[in-house]
Design a protein around this ligand. Sequence first.
Ligand code: C2O
Length: 535
Amino acid sequence: AAIKKYQFDIQVKNVSRLCHAKPIVTVNGTFPGPTIYVREGDRVMVNVTNYAQYNMSIHWHGLKQYRNGWADGPAYITQCPIQTGSSYTYDFNVTGQRGTVWWHAHILWLRATVYGAIVIMPKQGTPYPFPQPNMEVPILLGEWWNTDVEEIEKQGTEMGLPPNMSDAHTINGKPGPLFPCSEKHTFAMEIESGKTYLLRIINAALNDELFFGIAGHNMTVVEVDAVYTKPFTTQTILIAPGQTTNVLVLANQVPGRYFMATRAFMDVPLAVDNKTATAILQYKGIPNTVLPSFPQLPASNDTEFALGYNRKLRSLNTPQFPANVPLKVDRNLFYTVGFGKDSCPTCVNGTRLLASLNNISFVMPQIGLLQAHYFNISGVFKTNFPDKPPTPFNYTGAPLTASLGTVHGTRLSKIEFNSTVELVLQDTNLLTVESHPFHLHGYNFFVVGTGIGNFDPAKDPAKYNLVDPVERNTVGVPTGGWTAIRFRADNPGVWFMHCHLELHTGWGLKTAFVVEEGPGSDQSILPPPKDLPPC
Ligand code: C2O
């Protein structure tokens, strides 16, 4: 194992897209930021120095950070932010994981421009469980706003206005030639006939779940969220904010130029589809004058495709990569995903939207929850998050009033070390049309079941897949439906769980788990690093 060191300078830089120039926050002046390359087993040290006038923190999305929440990164959950002029070194081991994950700012909406790929190669001499590609390319999907993103965020959280939707999707930071002034902002990739390419696709968008396809070419899905899957072939993938998908693409078409393209799934308003980003797959020797063809993508509201696609995702589950699904559950949790209105004196109409889990809208604390937990600082959070909603109701039967008794609080759920947890996330389908991509920090989990309508505790568990369910760190809770996940709570610490649609996170769609320490000397939280940012 090696030590891989990186220096991340947080700098503001002027960038132009879609004929609009604006200052954006970057790492080392690049957008997207640098790719981190490591091998399974390596130790990684990323020194982050903040030269921008914004507080910063960086999350290593999908890395488990075993016993080491200090390196996880969400501001006010595991650390206080890195202030202007200060540095912090994220120091962590990459153990028991290989594949594509990513890093992003985890404070306000700064991840709009502060993000990059993390590629974890398997241990030396360990091949992939699929055909070895000739070349590997990270593909980061994102969103671009012509105006300042922090202003947009404030529209939603402080003024109670529906924030502006982004102006374009991007592929590796570029919207592609369908937008004005964007010919030069097009990502192009040269390929050679007969060769195989591994695309490491990451959805870094703030609020859009995306379809992605390549004209003329099939993709073979081999991994999601850094876990190998049973390979399957598809023309389109569906990827929610926070998720990653590795696909193999064989250059087996008539040499030419082919668009890769995005389309938002269940975005509002559904009828407007003007954000499609394109990038170009170009066979060697083909001139730039050849017009690329466009992929067929499902319609923005094609929920049938979405359900079918997600059903195809299965763990590889081989002797080398077994799916260790917890078969017995120690703790059953049932959380409703609700939306309502909150009074808001600063807001234009005196109200704003708020979102909740079990009718609790999460309030961000003033100091890191992990510090408060580790140093026994009282008064920062409570561990009385309910295991189920206060009053059961007909969740998907439009009971508009049922989720309006929302309370605010920094309430967490305490989980016994090494216990097995089942969490059912139940959408209540009141005010939004998106599915909610829930991300759990510190863990992967198995997606044992999902369905439309109300979860039925008497019938649905019998239909669970406990053999080869997909294992991941971010999963969609379908509109008007539910998703059940299982994990073993073997990583002590304070771990954030939230909807990865930034808009919804800002409205309070988040909570955290306090996983207790185990009795063993290697089952405790590691001591905090000396340079942990003060509050
Ligand atoms: Cu990728 Cu808490 O986030």
